[in-house]
Design a protein around this ligand. Structure first.
Ligand SMILES: CNc1ncnc2c1ncn2[C@@H]1O[C@H](COP(=O)(O)O)[C@@H](O)[C@H]1O
Length: 257
């Protein structure tokens, strides 16, 4: 790589990069969502979801905490609710990261059952892992691992245990850790204590969405999250000083953005 030239987009694109905090469904391009929508619309003219490019025209970024999470539940999850669309979207996300120069990727996703399409959490996960395996075999220049996420406020304690079991069972296929994500204004994180203890006991890495909003930056929640013995923390924005000191003392990895 030529280091004598200007630092421009061609240069930054060519730099080999590490991506550690990428939600699968949050990384699907609008163009890819449009293609999935078009295919569904062609097969079923009554398909009632609006074109993603109309709902989210390129450049639209004015989402708030109130509207952001609905994009997943009301749009993206309605489009990627069958294995063909899920595999297509996953492959497109991998291609986009590859084209951006990412050479080490830890992708994360909440394994989602789709009862309307008869898809179990295990089948969802297998489709993602199969797509990753095929992509790796094809490109041969990208390390790709998977993190399974729990969705605070939506995942029950019992479901969390099932997801941890799936993560443990799929370690040989490249599942390296578990995450706690979702709408930071919802849910009681303490219900996941046993799930994270089991993950830890089985050698899975733990990363947690942490103090992403003022609502999720309260000392009781942060103390509970730190008691799960995380290896990494995501966002880390609304953090009181004494918690910052503890993060430094533990030398935790921070996924800042
Ligand atoms: C920007 N800040 C964020 N904070 C918290 N959770 C987020 C998030 N962005 C995305 N997600 C979580 O990731 C899911 C989508 O990917 P998967 O369905 O898992 O592939 C969303 O439903 C949300 O729970």
């Amino acid at each position: 790589m030529d280091l004598s030239g200007p630092v421009n987009s061609a240069f930054t694109n060519a730099l080999p990069k590490v991506e550690l905090h990428a939600h699968l469904s949050g990384s699907i391009s609008r163009q890819c969502l449009h293609k999935i929508w078009k295919r569904k619309k062609e097969r079923d003219s009554h398909f009632s979801i609006e074109d993603p490019l109309v709902l989210m025209p390129p450049g639209k970024v004015d989402y708030t905490l109130q509207t952001f999470f609905q994009v997943f539940s009301k749009l993206i999850y309605q489009l990627c609710n069958d294995l063909e669309s899920l595999a297509y979207a996953t492959n497109s996300v991998l291609e986009d990261f590859h084209n951006d120069g990412v050479r080490y990727l830890e992708l994360r996703t909440i394994p989602r059952a789709s009862p309307e399409s008869n898809i179990t959490q295990g089948e969802y996960l297998a489709a993602v892992l199969d797509t990753i395996q095929r992509f790796k075999a094809r490109t041969q220049e990208m390390s790709i691992f998977l993190i399974l996420a729990l969705d605070r406020g939506n995942t029950t304690a019992a479901e969390a245990m099932r997801i941890i079991d799936l993560a443990i069972a799929n370690k040989p296929r490249g599942v390296v850790g578990v995450d706690l994500c979702g709408n930071p204004t919802q849910g009681d994180v303490t219900i996941y204590r046993d799930a994270f203890a089991r993950a830890k006991a089985h050698g899975l890495g733990i990363t947690l969405h942490f103090a992403e909003t003022p609502a999720s930056g309260n000392p009781a929640e942060l103390a509970a999250l730190l008691s799960f013995q995380p290896d990494r923390l995501g966002h880390v924005i609304h953090v009181p000083d004494e918690v910052k000191k503890e993060i430094v003392r533990r030398k935790l990895g921070l996924e800042l953005y």
